[in-house]
Design a protein around this ligand. Structure first.
Ligand SMILES: NC(=O)c1ccc[n+]([C@@H]2O[C@H](COP(=O)([O-])OP(=O)(O)OC[C@H]3O[C@@H](n4cnc5c(N)ncnc54)[C@H](O)[C@@H]3O)[C@@H](O)[C@H]2O)c1
Length: 353
């Protein structure tokens, strides 16, 4: 089986590449990523020579129809897993357009290429599947109780979640209209290695280590469900291997935390690990809340547990401790990805080869 992994140089995409190479020894993977500020080849630098026999990387944009068709046709791709996206809600508030371009038009470009190349004599070729990595944010916000199920109405509030909802619905539309073999996953907040330091957990770790302010939106009592990225990767593996066409699966950790509690947890673990007493809650600074900030997300993941036998395997205490240790062990990684140096290196190294 040959997989096209879009967004392979991002946070979840790179974790997925490492995970699948280990978990599926017969699989061939092709990473496809335009290397935006959030995509870094350094995220794939831990691939071993053995892995590289089953993985190669293409720098290209999912909105580039010719590049997309070329790779799907020439590589005879069986499964597309679409991670590529603009993924940061705050950026979508400052500049929504690129979110529509990548998340909606990019997804449609991928779908169209598959629609053209995966049919023979009017029939879909067996063994093909398009897996769309969507998000729980498409459901909007919950009050203090309740959980999103797969039949909760789509009700996004930010330009990011609206663009992801658009993509999610387009994928379903290609299934309903053309009979395209698809599956959609809607996962809660991920944490783990290689997450770009603009997101809550790595941002707080990075700032705390430098004794900088820890900016917390509003009262910090927004609730998110946190899942370790490797559990998300296992869930996507189950979906791409075993889910029926047209299925939608929620993925979550049953692990709800208020943002402020996560920040305090990070302070506690970091201070313990570094013995640096200047890492304390005096660094927390409450700042003006994010516009349209959803109050609470919570996921009912019983459908994937029941159908595909998936459930989270990494408890939060273990997962957050390991994640913080990873950032402590990879401080240069953080410096590199935030400096933009790596993108310049890529251009200098590859542009004229
Ligand atoms: N991080 C989470 O908590 C979470 C939760 C649920 C779903 N998701 C979804 O999972 C996917 C991956 O999220 P992430 O956190 O790894 O994001 P990320 O921002 O770390 O990575 C996104 C990747 O997509 C690439 N990319 C962006 N635009 C592209 C384009 N036009 N063409 C090709 N590549 C492009 C970037 O270079 C980057 O490598 C996204 O679709 C996101 O919506 C994320």
């Amino acid at each position: 089986m040959k997989l096209l992994v879009t967004g392979a140089a991002g946070f979840i995409g790179s974790n997925f590449v490492y995970y699948m190479l280990q978990s599926q020894p017969e699989l061939m993977l092709i990473g496809f990523d335009s290397l935006t500020y959030a995509g870094n080849l350094e995220n794939l630098a831990a691939l071993q020579a053995e892995d590289k026999k089953r993985f190669h990387f293409i720098k290209a944009d999912i909105t580039d129809a010719a590049a997309v068709a070329k790779v799907i046709e020439e590589e005879a791709i069986d499964v597309v897993v679409n991670f590529a996206a603009e993924s940061h809600v705050d950026r979508s508030i400052h500049d929504p357009q690129v979110f529509l371009r990548t998340n909606v038009l990019g997804t449609q470009t991928l779908l169209d290429a598959c629609r053209q190349l995966w049919r023979k004599d009017g029939q879909w070729v067996a063994g093909k599947k398009f897996v769309q990595v969507s998000t729980d944010e498409v459901y909007g916000s919950l009050g203090p109780t309740g959980e999103f199920t797969e039949s909760t109405p789509i009700d996004p509030h930010s330009p990011y979640s609206a663009s992801k909802a658009g993509a999610d619905l387009l994928v379903r539309a290609y299934h309903d209209t053309f009979g395209m073999p698809i599956a959609i996953t809607r996962c809660s907040n991920n944490y783990g290695p290689y997450q770009f330091p603009e997101k809550l957990i790595p941002l707080m770790i990075h700032n705390a280590l430098q004794h900088r302010d820890l900016p917390v939106y509003g009262d910090g009592r927004q609730v998110r469900d946190w899942l370790h990225v490797s559990d998300h990767c296992r869930a996507i593996e189950a979906v791409l291997m075993r889910a029926e066409s047209g299925s939608v699966y929620n993925i979550g950790g049953r692990n709800e935390w208020e943002n402020i509690a996560i920040v305090n947890k990070i302070i506690e673990i970091l201070r313990d690990k570094t013995q640096d007493q200047d890492i304390n809650d005096g660094l927390i600074r409450h700042v003006e809340d994010r516009l349209g900030h959803d109050r609470r997300y919570a996921i009912d993941a019983s459908h994937i547990q029941h159908d595909l036998g998936w459930e989270p395997s990494i408890g939060f205490a273990e997962g957050i401790e390991g994640t913080i240790q990873w950032y402590l062990d990879h401080r240069q990684w953080t410096e590199n990805v935030i400096s933009g140096e790596y993108q310049r290196f890529y251009e200098a190294n590859y542009a004229h080869r």
